[in-house]
Design a binder for this molecule. Structure first.
Ligand code: SAM
Ligand code: SF4
Ligand code: SF4
Length: 373
């Protein structure tokens, strides 16, 4: 058992039930934020090589991905997810790498769909995918109990999209994946576009127009500012197109109006076109950070817990899991780690920019495909 884990177990709160939590009790982190959302990376592998995530020059044939034995099994993931639900999580998101590459992922979905919150409610179960395998798998995922899906799509122009995914994957195949998700009832389908100034920003208006034409208000398009995750994507601040500029460009299509936010912890600021009500979201992680509401934890493919997308350090849950730790010990570790959390990287990055000259990017950081987006 790792020393970090033992230290956390030693600091545990009084145990109140067999999972280590009083039902409905909220463990707040150091900044008063509850734990609500667990993102689970089910594979560190991907069939795309998006330059902002897994640049081809680095993630080539020589890159060592995790061996199968290092990856959490479905049973291990489900056990941890159950304990996170007991700790207050109401939402689970499967991600990666490309989650649909994980063999029999629908079986995992069915295991997670059977979990309940301490008050007996269902968990919101969703998945983020590049869409490449969605046409084939959407119906089975829905049958297994998946509620919703988010599809990443950076361009509607086939040439631009092939260059963005860097493996020559055709845009039409992703659109067929979205068609299949809608037909299966994985609603609402959200589509994420990462905007890189000078690379795909010319696609903001064409993509929004094309999706409205094809799907009306059944699809919610969200624009994500290019982030400095990991250490390999060559991030430069001048390649970030602020969300306010995205909004300005959307006004070329028609008038837009703000919507009320869905929930605290929501990452996107929601807008809609005034004429047909089609919704768009702006995820402004760089220019308007939302750390103050961040209720997300991330579980890597090999069972490390990360408390921030930009963390340098993960906490090993796989060691104790495979070393015979009880549910109470694991639950107390999760609880203890969350209670010590003070991460707010994006807010600090923003204040550095104001202070100018401070570079927080020199600290080592994990890659997004490993801990999940
Ligand atoms: N492979 C799946 C996909 O692309 O949807 C799931 C994993 S991917 C890491 C999750 C999300 O992170 C995607 O929507 C992707 O566009 C986004 N993402 C990856 N790198 C990013 C970056 N540097 N800045 C902003 N978003 C990024
Ligand atoms: Fe793969 Fe998703 Fe990363 Fe693109 S963003 S390389 S599809 S994991
Ligand atoms: Fe949450 Fe970290 Fe992102 Fe802030 S920087 S919103 S704490 S994941």
């Amino acid at each position: 058992m790792s020393s970090t884990f033992i230290r956390l177990v030693d600091q545990r709160l009084p145990t109140r039930n067999s999972s280590g939590f009083a039902p409905g009790a909220d463990r707040l982190d150091m900044l008063g934020r509850p734990l609500r959302d667990l993102r689970i990376s089910v594979t560190d592998r991907c069939n795309f090589r998006c330059s902002y995530c897994m640049p081809k020059e680095i993630f080539d044939d020589r890159h060592a991905f995790l061996p199968h034995s290092a990856m959490l099994t479905f049973e291990e993931i489900t056990r941890l997810a159950r304990l996170f639900a007991a700790a207050g999580c109401t939402k689970l998101r499967l991600t990666g790498g490309e989650p649909l590459l994980r063999k029999d992922v629908d079986v995992l979905v069915s295991m997670l769909a059977a979990l309940r919150t301490p008050t007996g409610g269902r968990l919101d179960l969703t998945l983020t995918t590049n869409g490449s395998l969605l046409a084939r798998k959407a119906a089975a995922l829905k049958r297994a109990g998946l509620d919703r899906v988010t599809v990443s799509l950076d361009a509607i122009d086939d040439g631009v999209f092939r260059a963005m995914n860097d493996v020559g994957f055709a845009v039409e195949s992703v659109l067929e994946g979205i068609d299949a998700a809608l037909a299966a009832g994985l609603l609402p389908v959200k589509v994420n576009m990462v905007v890189k100034r000078g690379t795909d920003d010319g696609q903001i208006v064409p993509l929004a127009r094309a999706l409205r034409l094809r799907y009306g208000d059944a699809v919610v398009l969200r624009f994500i500012e290019f982030m400095d995750v990991g250490a390999t994507n060559g991030w430069r601040s001048d390649e970030v197109l602020p969300s306010d500029d995205v909004l300005q460009r959307l006004r070329e299509i028609g008038p837009v109006e703000p919507m009320t936010q869905n929930s605290s912890g929501e990452t996107a600021r929601r807008w809609r076109f005034s004429d047909d009500g089609a919704e768009v979201g702006l995820i402004s992680s760089v220019t308007q950070p939302f750390c103050g509401n961040c209720n997300r934890a991330r579980l890597s493919t090999d069972g490390q817990l990360y408390l921030c997308l930009f963390a340098s350090l993960g906490y090993d849950l796989r060691g104790p899991l495979r070393g015979g730790a009880s549910d109470v010990e694991l639950a107390n570790a999760i609880n203890g780690l969350w209670g010590q959390r003070a991460d707010r990287y994006s807010e600090l990055r923003a204040s550095d920019a104001i202070a100018a000259g401070v570079d927080r990017r020199s600290a080592p950081r994990v890659e997004m495909h490993y801990i999940g987006g």
